[in-house]
Design a protein around this ligand. Structure first.
Ligand code: ATP
Ligand code: MG
Length: 357
């Protein structure tokens, strides 16, 4: 039998990142023992604000060499607004990875679980279970444009949206491939072709074209305005939802918020071809207000670990972590304060790890 060995770059980052990361690792190690694979961890002491305070930058110039060629990057949280403005900490770390490693998929689950208060009235676990896929590299977030006639009556500002066939097709392919692995096999596309008259009709055309190669997957599309309304009103109708950079950005926060999970949700920034490492991190930030108090909920980090293992092909290990998370969430004494419990970060993390041993 061949040995399954995965090299993982570990970056804990700032604030509660330093507290939840050890719990993510604890669970990964328990999972590796149980499932017979090996994780070789390389911890990196950069991409945090102490590094910035010493060096005036978030990462060393040769960060790519330092990181090498891991199978994945396991990331905590970055940002410490008192020391570094958010745009610098983000641009100097996560967005560098996203760009240099062509992590063109941003993937987030939306899943209502028992023990997590849902802001939507009357929803039960099982009612909400879908994925949001955001295009991560082009679209509305281009830097093409500018200001004209500044300071005059004619002052105006423009910014281009750029969609390429390659960029649109690869994100749609990821969405249809993911839908194919799910029982309902349904892709929902976010559009606004009734108002954005050039790029969005193109997006729609590419969706229809991609769908024709997936006869086993059904699909539909909604304009972004009614789509956001339906996240709130009819979340049960979704399976895999895909959107451009801007629409996906909005949906990937709204979705987890609808399931009450914004504090525990994970995310993947994925390079599906595996040409470059993908990065897995909780959705939440460094949470300076609770950092250093052992109060942080580690589930966002642990759920990110499950997503990472799934990406690496350890499907059973990932599913086992998800089951352990769901069991611990059901038990009030094992929940952290943000979910109305009294457990500290480590108690919650250990409870999940124990279920895997
Ligand atoms: P960012 O700007 O980095 O995306 P943010 O400043 O918008 O992040 P967070 O750092 O995620 O937000 O914090 C938002 C709120 O949620 C804070 O009150 C924080 O304490 C709380 N919070 C975030 N993550 C957790 C967690 N893992 N456990 C408990 N509370 C959390
Ligand atoms: Mg912040």
């Amino acid at each position: 039998m061949t040995q399954r060995i995965y090299d993982i770059a570990v970056i804990a980052g700032d604030g509660i990142g330093k507290e939840v990361m050890p719990e993510g690792i604890r669970v990964l190690e328990a999972s590796a023992r149980r499932h017979g694979f090996t994780l070789r961890q390389k911890w990196h002491d950069f991409a945090h604000c102490d590094y910035y305070a010493r060096r005036g930058r978030m990462m060393p110039e040769n960060w790519k060499e330092e990181i090498g060629k891991p199978a994945a990057i396991f990331f905590g949280a970055v940002g410490w607004p008192d020391i570094v403005p958010d745009h610098i900490s983000l641009w100097g770390s996560l967005l560098q990875f996203r760009r240099e490693y062509d992590q063109y998929v941003n993937l987030r689950p939306v899943k209502l679980m028992e023990g997590v208060p849902c802001p939507l009235a009357g929803r039960k676990p099982g009612d909400i279970d879908f994925w949001v896929i955001r295009e991560n590299t082009e679209g509305e977030y281009s830097a093409i444009g500018g200001r004209m006639f500044e300071g005059t009556e004619r002052e105006m500002v423009m910014q281009e949206t750029v969609m390429t066939r390659k960029g649109v097709d690869r994100i749609l392919k990821f969405a249809f491939d993911l839908a194919r692995t799910r029982p309902r096999k349904l892709v929902t596309s976010a559009t606004k072709s009734n108002g954005i008259a050039i790029t969005m009709p193109y997006w729609d055309e590419r969706v229809a074209e991609m769908a024709s190669s997936y006869p086993d997957v059904s699909w539909n599309k909604f304009h972004i305005d009614i789509l956001t309304a339906n996240f709130v009103l009819k979340p049960q109708i979704f399976d895999v939802v895909v959107g451009s950079n801007l629409f996906g950005d909005i949906l990937s926060d709204l979705g987890p918020a609808c399931a009450g999970t914004i504090g525990i949700a994970p995310s993947g920034n994925i390079n599906p071809e595996g040409e470059h490492p993908s990065l897995f991190e909780p959705v939440h930030g460094s949470a300076p207000d609770i950092a250093g108090q052992n109060l942080a909920n580690p589930i966002g980090q642990i759920w990110s670990a499950a997503m990472m293992l799934d990406h690496l092909g350890e499907k059973q290990a990932a599913a086992d972590i998800m089951r352990a998370i769901e069991m611990v969430l059901k038990e009030p004494s094992l929940r952290t304060r943000d979910l109305g419990g009294s457990a500290d970060t480590q108690t919650c993390g250990k409870a999940i790890a124990v279920l895997l041993s």
